[in-house]
Ligand binder design. Structure first.
Ligand SMILES: Nc1ncnc2c1ncn2[C@@H]1O[C@H](COP(=O)(O)OP(=O)(O)O)[C@@H](O)[C@H]1O
Ligand SMILES: [Mg+2]
Length: 349
């Protein structure tokens, strides 16, 4: 992971095989005494889908706002396609598309009017405007709704409109701040598919923020986990999951296992813990699920102990979050939405 972070700090945007689309170095944002973003560094390669994953209040939106020239940096540097966000904000704005966390399309306009206004705002030449909008409507599956007023759309359709709008000037780098928050599961998956599809047909680097583990896992080439303004881990989803000790859980039930069975299971390769839950049921934690499962079945056959049932579960990014922050991301979400309810004991302030 350290190597990954360092690779990002190489700086130069010329020469190398893969260029960095985004370079953030020791970036800090303070609001008075409060540090919202605390010395964060990372780089995003051209063509990558890069995720910022963290609970509410982690600093994700603040990071995006700094990278997209919306708010000044307290310290550090950010370069977007080689342009310094502070020295050359106009150049940055020309190469980026931004979907802010809040929906911002104009409710009284139709889908097509919303796209048209943006295209004009971004000086998309009249000649190419129409074709670009046609193609985007098709991409986000809104062609047949083009004349519908935006206020009549579902949340998922509005998000798709905003994705199309953010791409109308063919940006090189696309920033999406929690694009699926508040959407139902079907609409969320539709947005993922759309982004994957867009990515396959365009030269595009995508930076997305989310507090959904499954979203980051499914979409992102690499993920930076942020917590309390700090970057706590950065790697691809597979490596992040592999970095957690005991990354698989095997639940297995045997028929009449011998007395020393628990010890024998513990001796298998990569096992980090074994729990006997009664009635021949064991819960085996392992850092190598497939290897341990193979050995476990072989040991059972050799000892003549029948296996009644067996399941192997993968570590999820939830486990990764717990490993690096000491807390459940889900608890954090409960906390974030708990402001309308009386305080609950045991939840941190
Ligand atoms: N304009 C602001 N003034 C003061 N505090 C802010 C401001 N914007 C954000 N914050 C604080 O900074 C922290 C990070 O916020 P934000 O970047 O919105 O987090 P996230 O997008 O990860 O939910 C939060 O604690 C938030 O309350
Ligand atoms: Mg946010």
């Amino acid at each position: 992971m350290i190597a990954d972070l360092k690779a990002g700090n190489g700086g130069s945007n010329g020469g190398g095989a893969v260029r960095n689309a985004i370079e953030v170095e020791h970036i800090v944002k303070k609001y008075g005494d409060f540090t919202a973003v605390d010395d964060v560094s990372f780089a995003v390669k051209e063509g990558e889908i890069f995720g910022l994953l963290g609970p509410n209040g982690a600093g994700k939106s603040t990071l995006i706002r700094m990278m997209t020239t919306l708010i000044p940096l307290t310290a550090g540097k950010a370069r977007i396609a080689g342009h310094d966000v502070e020295k050359d904000p106009d150049a940055v704005r020309r190469v980026i598309g931004v979907i802010p966390q809040a929906l911002t399309s104009d409710l009284d306009l139709t889908i097509e009017e919303n796209l048209n206004i943006y295209a004009k705002l971004y000086d998309v030449p009249a000649k190419t405007r129409k074709a670009a909008i046609e193609e985007l409507l098709e991409t986000v599956d809104l062609t047949k709704w083009r004349d519908a007023q935006t206020k009549t759309l579902s949340g998922g359709m509005r998000r798709r409109l905003e994705i199309a709008r953010g791409l109308v000037h063919s940006p090189q780098i696309f920033f999406l701040d929690e694009p699926t928050t508040g959407l139902d599961p079907v609409s969320r998956v539709a947005v993922w598919e759309m982004l994957t599809n867009i990515k396959a047909h365009r030269q595009l680097t995508i930076l997305i923020t989310t507090h959904y583990m499954d979203e980051a896992d499914r979409l992102c080439d690499r993920i930076a986990i942020v917590d309390h303004g700090k970057l706590v881990a950065l790697d691809n989803p597979t490596a992040l999951k592999a970095s957690v000790p005991g990354s698989n859980v095997i639940e297995v039930q045997f028929e009449n296992p011998p007395a020393d069975w628990e010890q024998r299971l513990h001796a298998l390769t990569a096992v980090t813990s074994v729990q006997h839950e009664g009635a021949g049921m064991f819960r085996v934690l392992t850092s190598n699920g497939s290897r341990t499962t193979t050995e476990l079945v072989e040991a059972a056959v050799q000892a003549g102990v029948p296996v009644r049932s067996l399941s192997v579960q993968n570590t999820t990014l939830d486990d990764v979050f717990v490993h690096y922050t000491g807390r459940q991301l889900r608890d954090e979400l409960v906390k974030a939405y708990a402001f309308v309810m009386p305080p609950r004991p045991g939840i941190r302030p």
